[in-house]
Design a protein around this ligand. Structure first.
Ligand code: SR1
Ligand code: MG
Length: 406
């Protein structure tokens, strides 16, 4: 009989016991220590290490409510989805996700590779560090995990059975509310708007009926377009980086949804890094260097995504009608339009919703934060309303440059 035969929420000392009893990583005479290092909104993350060797492991456990608020009642089954997705993505995009050692369906926890020699990308970008290989890595991750799980590549029956096993209704509902509905009407009164921008937000987001109609169309796209197995929360807090390598973590929001949801999240979060630098970097040369790198990276992400997407499409497409001349161009243009729209949604919801990003809320000077928020929301509205005109990387950046100078 073990205490881990029945679910309970672990403390750090329980995580040490768990590692010793359930994982065959550490020697019998190891001296284990543990720290809870989670800073996300939903789960608990324990780092367990042996003081005598250099061995360590991450144990991530899901609770019955969200870590940030008991208002969110959630099945810990999201941990199964996360573990299965990481394993699947590891096969599709080798080296770009952490290795999963064990998933425990009683304790709803997943043990995986410790990436302590990496930094969370959002933190690194807040220190204005540059990652020259990021666009290359993240586009390989996205093209492989998206295109190779879609009907373009998979047998349609096999794909439908994946849609079933990756059904993730509770976490999708969080996204439906926080990303699609609440930023545009605050109907649950959970939005948290920076007070100096409140009247401006009321006019620009809550009272713009043309915008709301477009967002309604997009919400139904998210609800119904089971296009590919998407990560579902691909922001810079879900990415570990170092100079040479990139690892995508936290796919607990994974489900079959529109490909552009992942690409758009990446673009929006690069824009958050850009506005943070614009607001906080005193040295003008350094600011220009960092912002130029972000702009080039946004261009590269879109353009490399397109090039890799077409290459794999050409070489790997199995669906006979998908090989019809002109189809791949049409298909990818839909993905890019979704990308623009979702980038816009993410830009809005991280500013007016309940899940803020540090890039914005860490800007201390009131006038600088006011400007940063307005740049994001102005770009967002153009991305959403004019989404069908975004087809190249440069067009995404041009909107940022236009708005910067208005
Ligand atoms: C209640 S969860 C709030 C947000 O945190 C996650 O990372 C997702 O982005 C979600 O929308
Ligand atoms: Mg997360």
């Amino acid at each position: 009989m073990s205490k881990f035969d029945k679910y309970f929420l672990m403390s750090s000392s329980d995580a040490v016991d768990y590692a010793a009893e359930k994982l065959s990583i550490f020697a019998c005479d190891s001296e284990l220590d543990c720290k809870e290092i989670g800073d996300g909104n939903l789960n608990y993350v324990f780092r367990v290490w042996d003081k005598k060797s250099d061995k360590s492991v991450i144990i991530k456990q899901a609770g019955y409510t969200a870590r940030i608020s008991d208002d969110f009642k959630l099945s810990p089954d999201r941990n199964r989805i996360e573990a299965e997705t990481l394993r699947f993505q590891g096969d599709l995009a080798p080296g770009l996700v952490p290795i999963v050692y064990k998933y425990d369906d009683i304790m709803s926890c997943c043990s995986m590779e410790d990436l302590s020699d990496y930094t969370i990308m959002r933190q690194a970008l807040l220190q204005h560090k540059i990652f020259p290989n990021f666009a290359e890595h993240i586009t390989t991750f996205m093209v492989n995990t998206l295109l190779l799980t879609s009907d373009i590549f998979l047998n349609h029956q096999e794909k439908k059975s994946l849609v079933k096993s990756y059904t993730n209704p509770e976490l999708c509902e969080i996204t439906e509310d926080l990303v699609y509905t609440e930023p545009f009407n605050d109907y649950k009164h959970r939005n948290d708007v920076f007070p100096p921008n409140l009247d401006w937000v009321k006019k620009e987001l809550y009272s713009d009926n043309e915008l709301k109609l477009e967002v309604a169309k997009l919400k139904f796209e998210f609800l119904t377009n089971a296009q590919a197995l998407i990560h579902g929360d691909l922001h810079t807090g879900s990415i570990f980086v170092n100079e040479n390598s990139t690892k995508v973590i936290d796919p607990e929001f994974a489900f079959y949804g529109p490909m552009g949801y992942d690409v758009g999240n990446i673009i929006a979060n690069m824009i958050f890094a850009w506005v943070n630098a614009d607001a906080t970097m005193d040295n003008e040369d350094e600011s220009i260097t960092f912002k130029s790198w972000v702009e080039n990276t946004i261009c590269e992400i879109i353009d490399k995504f397109k090039a890799k997407f077409f290459k794999i499409f050409r070489e790997e497409a199995k669906e006979i009608l998908a090989k019809t001349p002109g189809f791949s161009e049409w298909y990818l243009s839909q993905v890019l339009h979704d990308t623009a729209a979702v980038a816009g949604l993410e830009l809005c919801r991280r500013i007016v919703g309940m899940a803020h990003v540090k890039d914005i809320i860490s800007i201390d000077a009131e006038s600088a934060r006011l400007r940063a928020e307005r740049i994001c929301i102005t770009i967002a509205k153009r991305y959403i309303k004019n989404r069908e005109s975004y087809n190249f990387g440069e067009q995404f950046v041009n909107t940022l440059k236009e708005v910067e100078n208005e």
